[in-house]
Design a protein around this ligand. Structure first.
Ligand SMILES: Nc1nc2c(ncn2[C@@H]2O[C@H](COP(=O)(O)OP(=O)(O)O)[C@@H](O)[C@H]2O)c(=O)[nH]1
Ligand SMILES: [Mg+2]
Length: 334
């Protein structure tokens, strides 16, 4: 066999990509996130290699309704973090509805100010079209940036759907961005996002009604209960104008306060476990679905069973139960 026809073993390729990502190579990281989004088996190999190197970055979720100023806030935070010499990763999850096509472009435009700064890595992803689920892809993107050595990873999501709320919950700290007159939007977002908020920002404080909105939210008194703990976290309300660069010091102070509280009370660990359990469940169900469809297509092993289902001798529910039972036996001793 000549050397020119020899192909490099997948594990060698994965190892090389993992090393490049750990060295902070932006192009390798970008490609890896795309491959993860496409459900590429190589990406899964690389993610396995990166996994032990994760857990160092501080993850901050920025959520809220469209137009609240999340991207403006993110841009401001990047500036503040860079001033302190911290490296930053940004994952912007944008809805791919035709109405928001312009917003994606706008975000990119606003953030190009940082594109020449190698210490800031920004990645946008559409909220549809990801194989294996958006939350799984977002988890991978966060892990890639974490493994690259980014000190802080900012995750921007529109807090309108269940998967967006779950993405926000990847973060150690969730910042909900509202604006004066937020009432209708809260209604549209349902209560889910309120329950995920660790800090509420009333942005656009330069417009009328900001003080009233802050007072109202403070009076409502939102709390977060620490799982299996006695302590409660009172969700602070921060008044800001991201556009005028006002309020960032207070936001940073509250993020630090929440981080210390979460660390001290075991809340941080509980949330990390929740994130990893959720991720594991997604990866397993995705893998099982993929394998199952593959086996069905090949006809291997299932032919007899499928014949009986087709002949109405076995119903699909009973057959599925049989498979579930075997799966449970298999995983019992893991
Ligand atoms: N007046 C005012 N406008 C703001 C402020 N922050 C953001 N905006 C504007 O609100 C619009 C939406 O901002 P954007 O950051 O794209 O919101 P996102 O959809 O939540 O990411 C843009 O026109 C921003 O310039 C602010 O503090 N005050
Ligand atoms: Mg945005």
């Amino acid at each position: 066999m000549s050397a020119t026809t020899a192909t490099t073993a997948p594990d060698v390729v994965a190892q090389r990509v993992a090393e490049q990502v750990l060295d902070g190579h932006v192009r390798s990281a970008t490609r890896l996130i795309t491959q993860s989004q496409d459900g590429d088996p190589l990406a899964r190999r690389v993610m396995s290699l990166l996994y032990p190197h994760c857990g160092r970055a501080r993850l901050i979720g920025i959520t809220g309704p469209p137009g609240a100023g999340k991207s403006t806030l993110v841009a401001g935070m990047i500036g503040e973090l860079r001033k302190r010499g911290l490296t930053v990763g940004v994952i912007a999850v944008d809805p791919s509805s035709p109405f928001s096509g312009g917003a994606v472009l706008g975000d990119r435009d606003r953030m190009t100010g940082f594109s020449s700064d190698g210490e800031v890595f920004i990645r946008s992803m559409a909220s549809r079209g990801a194989i294996g689920g958006l939350c799984a892809v977002a988890n991978d993107a966060v892990d890639v940036m974490d493994a690259m050595g980014k000190d802080v990873v900012l995750i921007e999501t529109v807090g309108v759907g269940q998967s967006e709320v779950e993405i926000a919950q990847i973060a150690n700290t969730v910042v909900l961005t509202l604006v004066p007159g937020y009432g209708d939007e809260l209604q549209a977002m349902k209560a889910g996002i309120m329950e995920a908020a660790d800090i509420i920002v009333v942005n656009k404080a330069d417009s009328p009604g900001a003080n009233g909105a802050v007072a109202e939210l403070q009076n409502m008194g939102y709390f977060q209960a620490v799982p299996q703990g006695e302590e409660m976290w009172q969700v602070p309300v921060v008044k800001m104008s991201a556009l005028r660069n006002e309020g960032f010091d207070e936001l940073e102070a509250q993020i630090l306060r929440q981080s210390e509280f979460a660390e001290k009370t075991g809340w941080k660990a509980a949330r990390q476990r929740r994130r990893r359990v959720h991720q594991f469940a997604e990866v397993v169900t995705d893998g099982v679905r993929r394998d199952f469809m593959g086996v069905m297509q090949e006809g291997g092993g299932f032919n007899g069973l499928l014949d009986r289902i087709e002949a109405l001798q076995v119903d699909p529910y009973a057959a599925a139960q049989g498979i579930s039972r075997r799966l449970r036996t298999l995983t019992k001793d893991l």
